[in-house]
Design a protein around this ligand. Structure first.
Ligand SMILES: Nc1ncnc2c1ncn2[C@@H]1O[C@H](COP(=O)(O)OP(=O)(O)OP(=O)(O)O)[C@@H](O)[C@H]1O
Ligand SMILES: [Mg+2]
Length: 254
């Protein structure tokens, strides 16, 4: 693993037993992530994207293959920050209480954690909502809060499983901009899962496309468009239609 890589996945395969039938989910997936880059995974529904993120997060074990974080083989939970596909905010904690959870668990001084969180609340447009509970926030605000909490884990590698799913297009576009700004400032290594080819092209340095289950790496492509990117630019639109064609072929199994 060279000095600029922060994550290496080596020949990861995984099957699950479902009603006494073994189903193959991941088939020999390998890739490296360069430090401080943004990589996005696209693939058909049910192909194994969440399973892959869980393996990298240390929540599931591969049947074969290995995961290396900063050149060391993954040995414990919490080496990366994982934002699961479902909303996992704690309903009995305020927005600020949710945001500083990881710092509290790590034993950081609460005053420092709060100061840091308030700065991100500001950047993500959530100032003034610190004392509200998750049930009092809109869907887009909850997504932002979950992202803030993930950034505040102070891990260098962020695993984001469809963090902008189920949002209206305008909120989604605003959140994409916020995310890009915070990412370029904090220099994290991001691995994002999305169903949205346009989102992948707007945000990423690199796109990985998985095949239908059992997932193999079908495409590993650098996105060489200058930032800030324009979703209406002819280059982006043409890349998008190529990606959609590939994904559609996978969905219908041709
Ligand atoms: N704990 C489990 N036990 C048994 N089967 C599982 C388990 N977790 C996932 N699977 C199966 O593995 C396959 C991949 O699931 P996974 O959640 O990784 O897909 P995904 O690509 O994230 O899908 P989506 O795009 O819909 O989120 C599915 O067929 C699912 O039924
Ligand atoms: Mg999933």
């Amino acid at each position: 693993m060279d000095a600029t890589s922060s994550l290496r996945i080596e020949g990861v395969s995984k099957s699950y037993l479902q009603r006494s039938t073994l189903i193959a989910v991941l088939d020999s997936i390998s890739f490296n992530l360069e430090t401080a880059t943004w990589t996005t995974i696209l693939g058909p529904s049910g192909c194994g994207k969440t399973t892959l993120l869980k393996i990298i997060a240390g929540l599931e074990f591969p049947d074969t293959g290995r995961v290396f974080v900063e050149a060391r083989e993954l040995s414990r939970l919490g080496e990366t920050a994982y934002l699961p596909q479902d909303d996992t905010l704690l309903p009995w904690r305020t927005a600020l209480g949710n945001a500083i959870l990881a710092s509290e668990i790590d034993g950081k001084p609460i005053a420092d954690a709060k100061r840091e969180a308030l700065d991100l609340f500001d950047q993500f447009g959530l100032s003034g909502f610190e004392s509200l509970y998750p049930s009092e926030l809109s869907g887009g605000m909850r997504q932002r809060l979950a992202l803030i909490r993930t950034f505040l884990t102070h891990r260098d590698i962020l695993l984001l499983d469809e963090p902008l799913g189920a949002l209206d297009p305008l909120t989604r576009a605003t959140l994409q901009n916020w995310l890009l700004n915070v990412w370029s400032e904090l220099k994290k290594t991001v691995l994002l899962v999305t169903h949205d080819a346009e989102e992948a092209l707007l945000l990423s340095d690199r796109i990985l496309v998985l095949t239908d289950r059992p997932a193999q790496l079908q495409l590993d492509q650098a996105v060489e468009l200058d930032r800030p990117r324009d979703r209406g630019s002819s280059e982006l639109v043409s890349h998008k239609s190529q990606l959609l064609r590939l994904l559609l072929e996978e969905e219908v199994g041709t």
